[in-house]
Design a binder for this molecule. Structure first.
Ligand SMILES: *[C@@H]1O[C@H](CO)[C@@H](O)[C@H](O)[C@H]1NC(C)=O
Ligand SMILES: *[C@@H]1O[C@H](CO)[C@@H](O)[C@H](O)[C@H]1NC(C)=O
Length: 467
């Protein structure tokens, strides 16, 4: 039954498109092991049908690309049932195909056996006995529907697929990418320093620490799947402040790992920690540079046990301390200990935070992170309502901490003017705006103005002398 009387004509016109050299095809065809002997992989594929291709006898060009190989729609292919396109029998001959129905499930041109699995983003799909896929239904950290809803809404920021988050569940994001324990009410109420604006004092509409202090503001690090933002944000603020307050005589990137591994009193390393405890440690014990004591947590997928502390510090007079061991990174000799003075809390008024930032450098801020923040790619962030209609498990949040580095204002296409903070996160330079983000200012968005800390680098006269 030939449903394609013009098959040969069509074939001539197709030959160029299909681009299978006749000579090469003939040789390959005689030597190639039959497709079907290895099992048809695309049982549902409509190949001959889509090109309306059926040829009598042998026609080596009557062929189509088939999953990296070639399949034929000519009668010759039927001689061994070896290299016919899967729909050759029912489309060209009008008979059922001579191979038994496949046992298993199809996905991406492959057959998976019963109980075979593949990953669809953060969900595992399993081939059931009934040859149907069944997939887990966990909310994923990167949710393409949420990305679309945010980008179509008029929220002032854009969402995207941060590849390091692809394949993680939302629950894993909350558990492994944050890691600051909300301070007790006692700590929350710690003494605030009230910065008073002088009468008539006007703050600039925009400010960026890296412009006022070039080369003294450090780039964001990547905490990986280590819930240690308490250590990363503390080390980040301390690095900048030590650099600023030493007038650039010392510009260390301080070691989050030193805090994660050694500040263990009521702290849980890559399972979370407290900001007040971190600052106590920086003041009383001090930490070395990140070169000396590098981060070891990138690879761990689970928040596993924190590696043991590799170095302590001991007093050497006048409150200064020195390390008790060489650097864990054996290529680095300088194991100087850096310390800070007591941390202070700022009032929650945005003007006070701005004045402190402008005079003394970046500040640390607690922040409540919601599901949509992981998708942030650029713009002025505020928590969107796109997940409001979804079940509870799609609307998750956890406590994080970041480094605020500046502020500004932007007029959106719709005429609204948004005031914002700029801040550095600890999710690496590929996330957000080169590792940074902007967030709406002045309305305590995501609690970012509720608990803001500043500190002074501890700098002695002797530190100002050498580099
Ligand atoms: C194609 O092959 C099948 C199975 O070998 C055979 O039964 C059938 O007669 C063949 N059809 C033609 C048209 O040669
Ligand atoms: C997101 O990024 C990952 C990794 O680069 C990629 O494999 C995945 O296909 C992307 N997903 C979407 C929806 O773009």
């Amino acid at each position: 039954m030939w449903r394609c009387p013009l098959g040969l004509l069509l074939l001539l016109s197709l030959a160029g498109h299909v681009a299978l050299g006749a000579k090469q095809g003939r040789v390959r065809r005689e030597l190639a092991p039959g497709l079907h002997l290895r099992g048809i992989r695309d049982a549902g594929g409509r190949y001959c049908q889509e090109q309306d291709l059926c040829c009598r006898g042998r026609a080596d060009d009557c062929a189509l690309p088939y999953l990296g190989a070639i399949c034929y729609c000519d009668l010759f292919c039927n001689r061994t049932v070896s290299d016919c396109c899967p729909d050759f029998w029912d489309f060209c001959l009008g008979v059922p195909p001579p191979f038994p129905p496949i046992q298993g499930c199809m996905h991406g041109g492959r057959i998976y056996p019963v109980l075979g699995t593949y990953w669809d983003n953060c969900n595992r799909c399993t081939c059931q006995e009934n040859r149907q896929w069944q997939c887990d239904q966990e909310p994923c950290l990167v949710d393409p529907d949420m990305i679309k809803a945010i980008n179509q809404g008029n929220y002032g920021w854009q969402a995207g697929n941060h590849s390091a988050f692809w394949g993680m569940t939302l629950d894993e994001g909350i558990r492994y990418r944050l890691g600051t324990i909300r301070p007790s009410s006692l700590v929350m109420n710690m003494h605030e320093i009230y910065t008073v604006l002088n009468p008539g004092e006007v703050l600039p509409t925009a400010f960026e620490a890296s412009e006022k202090w070039p080369n003294l503001i450090h780039e964001p690090l990547d905490q990986g799947n280590c819930a240690g933002s308490w250590a990363f944000s503390t080390a980040a603020v301390a690095s900048d402040r030590v650099s600023i307050h030493s007038l650039g005589h010392m510009t260390p990137v301080l070691s989050p790992q030193n805090l994660l591994s050694c500040d263990t009193h009521q702290q849980q390393g890559c399972r979370g920690g407290r900001l007040d405890g971190a600052w106590w440690f920086l003041r009383r014990r001090g930490v070395v540079s990140d070169h000396c004591y590098p981060f070891s947590g990138h690879e761990q997928d689970e928040a596993g046990p924190t590696p043991p502390c590799m170095m302590h510090s001991r007093a050497m007079g006048r409150g200064k301390r020195q390390a008790t061991a060489r650097c864990p990174n054996s290529h680095v000799n300088n194991n100087d200990i850096y310390q800070v003075t007591p941390v202070y809390r700022l009032g929650s008024n945005d003007k006070e935070i701005m004045k402190e930032l402008m005079e003394n450098g970046p500040v640390q801020a607690l922040m409540e992170v919601h599901e949509d923040f992981f998708l942030y790619k650029g713009g002025i962030y505020s928590h969107t309502p796109v997940s409001l209609g979804r079940p509870e498990r799609h609307r998750r949040h956890g406590t994080h901490s970041v480094k605020i580095t500046g502020w500004g204002e932007e007029t959106l296409p719709d005429g609204r003017t948004l005031k914002y903070w700029t801040a550095a996160n600890s999710w690496g330079p590929a996330w957000g705006e080169r590792g940074h983000f902007r967030i709406v200012r002045g309305v305590n968005e995501c609690d970012i103005e509720s608990f803001v800390l500043g500190v002074w680098g501890r700098v002695g006269m002797e530190d100002m002398g050498h580099h």
